[in-house]
Design a protein. Sequence first.
Lengths: 307, 279
Amino acid sequence: MEIISAGPLSTVQDTGRFGYLEYGIGQSGVMDRDAFQKANALVGNRDNEAVIETTLLGSAFRFDKDTLIACMGADMQGRSETDGRIVERGRAFPVRAGETVRFGMAKCGVRGYIAVAGGIDVPVVMGSRSTDCKCRIGGYEGRKLKDGDVLSVFDADLSEKARKRLLKKSFSPLQYGADIVLRVIPGPQIGYFTERGIQTFLETAYEVTSESDRMGIRLRGPVIEGKGGMDIVSDGITFGSIQVTSSGLPIILAADHQTTGGYAQIAVVAGRDLPYLAQARPGDRIHFQKAAIEDVQRERKNRWYRW
Amino acid sequence: MEETDREEKVHIAPVGDEALLVEFGERIDETINRRVHLLKKRLDKTGIRGIRETLPTYRSLLIFYDPALLSYRRLCRKLAGLLKVEETQTVGGRQTAGKAQTVGSRQVAGKAQTVGGGQATEENQAVGGILAVPCCYGGRYGPDLVDMEKALQITADEIVRLHYGVDYKVYMLGFLPGFPYLGGLDERIRMPRLAVPRTKIPARSVGIGDSQTGVYPVDSPGGWRLIGKTPLDFYCPQKEPPVLCRAGTYIRFVPVDEKAYEAIRKDVESGVYRPEYIS
């Protein structure tokens, strides 16, 4: 497939890179695991096939053979340039050799996922196909996609029977609203904050700023009161860690976060809620809701997906 | 100090529902760091199903796990068991740690012998000595040496001598791929970070940031004072492992002039350079 238009930030991603944190190499991977997994399932891919993650604005792709694609996550208003058919989220979409599909500005959400039957064929680097721009590895030559790049796609079973079965499948996309509730589990440095600080954090809404990217989502709102400084001896952090900087404002770390951080973590977002965070737009309001780890883990056991 | 360490309790806390933190202390301390790596080794050996990976830092071990296979509670129980084993071996472990501490804090001359000689630590035995890191100090590679001379009232030569005169322990890698957090910088050459960070520090620059020193593996913005540059690549994605040193390794900077720097760089680029370990 050829990248006709890459948009501001399109990268190849899979679940992520595990086992290299101790070298300072992060996990990366998709921001929205829910959309990723559903997109793959719609085209009959295994769980961890690489997909394209696009960001907010338009992108376009030309396919060089008949295949199935699926879009999940942000509603990027995809449309075939050949015959004008609209790409509906939550269903596989058949494309013909030579057909171009163009995506526009996201109507809701931020990150769109495009899975192609078979999966994107880029080399596995350190156990993953995920692009890590900072470490210059994975994806297409370790960088974001550019106009004119050509990606290989693995062969898939697209027999009449398989297509019929896949075209019947559907998922309803998650609802991305302007008010987002994220369940949080108290973090390892919750003791750095005063009662009042914790109350502020849990009871007021924080606004997503435009200074948000795959490394972290920066929030604006009332200052969270600490007992003293927010600096700690650098510690391990994870996707979903909520660090409070010396300014008293929270940053939620995202997929491309640095491996270690020196600010106190007040809480950590439940893994199940990260897809909502991944789709948060500047101006959206985040409401944090305290949750117990046992409850979050009990619930996850009952889901059909494995993350 | 040993006594306080003995009192230090291990603290386990969830970091969301997919990771858990085992915290051995809140300070940068050789004994604490040693316990972190001991637990990591033990976990690697035990191979608990559901653990995705572990990240050792100065003072803690962050354990990533798959909550579909392993619950927080169950992992806590397993860790309690492993930590109990550690307790019983603490006496031996602490002695080694005590020695290592002496090694770390040894001041001026003769130190190299101390490390290389009799008491090579567990980690050093594993990698076979102290990693030699050639460094071309000052000039265009160390643009901040001039300012440091003024601020610290020490000659540039002396700053350089104090910098390469210590063997540094790599406490952890983080921040950037292959970026080593080194402990043991001489107090006399501590230097606060730049008030306005540089937007681009060239890869392989050697810098000082407050009480820490390190090497930038890739081009990066940063606020550390640059005193030199090494011809060695601390991060090379084509290699396995992709990093030059790991946590636990000791490294020694070896001063080289620009000509030697260029020669080594050429060897590194053509792939014939082999890292040198001082025993």
